[in-house]
Design a protein around this ligand. Sequence first.
Ligand SMILES: N[C@@H](CCC[C@H](N)C(=O)O)C(=O)O
Length: 324
Amino acid sequence: MAHHLTGLEALRGTAVTKAHATGNDFVMIADPAGEQTLEAHQVAALCDRHLGIGGDGLIRAVPAHRVAGDAVVSRLLAEAPELSSTDEAPLWFMDYRNSDGSVSEMCGNGVRAFAHFLIHQDLVQLLEGQQLPVLTRAGLRSVRKVPEGYAIGMGVWSFLDPEQAATNASDALVIAAGLEEPRPALSISMGNPHTVVALGDETTLKDLNLHEAPKVDPLPPAGTNVEFVVPAEPLVTQDADGQAVGRVRMRVHERGVGETMSCGTGACAAAAAVRVWAADDTVNLWRVDVPGGQVTVRFTAREDGAEDVELSGPAQLVLTGTLA
Ligand SMILES: N[C@@H](CCC[C@H](N)C(=O)O)C(=O)O
C-alpha cells in the first residue's frame, strides 16, 4: 500500500480527466510540454479502482516532437519525415499504458477517448469532414467525427503469423475457466496482438469466468488480448439502407488489464476473424456487441489486397480534477 501512496504523492497537482468509450475507461493526462514522466507503478496506482482513480488504462496526450526517451516514437518520426509536429501545430501522440503499467502499441477505444479529450481541452479543433491525425506506437491513425461519436482509421489488419495468410487456419488453442475443452483460435494483429476464439452459444459466453487469464497455446511472444465471440443468428442481416451487416457478441480479456467492458482493437480483430471463418469477405460492415455497448467495424479493400479497418463508436468524459 505504501507503494501506491508514494506513486501518487509524486504526481500531486497533476490535472486528470476520466473518460470512457463503451465502458473501456481511461485516466487522461494532458502533457503539452512533454514534462510528465509516468513510471509503471504510478500508472498502476492511478488505475487502481480502490486506491486511485480507476481505469483500464492511462493515456497521456503529448505532442510527438516533445516525447522524450520513447524509441518507438523516435523510429516512427525518423521513418516518416513528412510527419510534422511543432509547438504551433502539434501532432498528438497517444501514450497509452495498460492498468498494470505496461505499454501497448494501440488502443482503439482509447483513440476515440483521446480525440474527445483533446477537443474538450481546447488542444485541437475537429470540424465535421476534417481528419485529425493521431500518432500511436502502432503508427499513424486518423479520427473523424461521426453521428455516434468518432470513427478511427485503424490501418490494415493482418495475421499475427504472416504464414497464416496462406491457410486461414486456426493457429492457437485457448482454454478459459468455464470452457470444458480448449478451443481453436485465430491470432490477428491490429497493431497490437489478439487471439480470437469462436464459441457456439451465448450461454457459454455469459458463463465464462474471465477473472482468470485464459491460457493461450502457443502464447505470442509479447502476450495477447483474447476475444471470445458468438456470431449472431443469422450472422448477416440487412440494415435500413439494404446494406449487409454482420453482427457478433464479444467478451474480452485484455493483456495487462483483465476483463474489460469493451476493446476497440479487439472488436476489429473479432470481426476480421469471423469473416475469415465464414470465408466471406463481401460483408464489410460489422456491429460488435460488447458488455459496454456497441461498436461498428468497417472493412475497405485496398489495391494491394489488404483491407483497411475503420472503428466507430461513442466516447465520453466523466470528470476532471486535480490529484490531491
Ligand atoms: N482496450 C484497448 C486495447 C488496450 C491495449 C491492450 N490491453 C494491449 O495490451 O494490447 C482497445 O480498445 O483497443
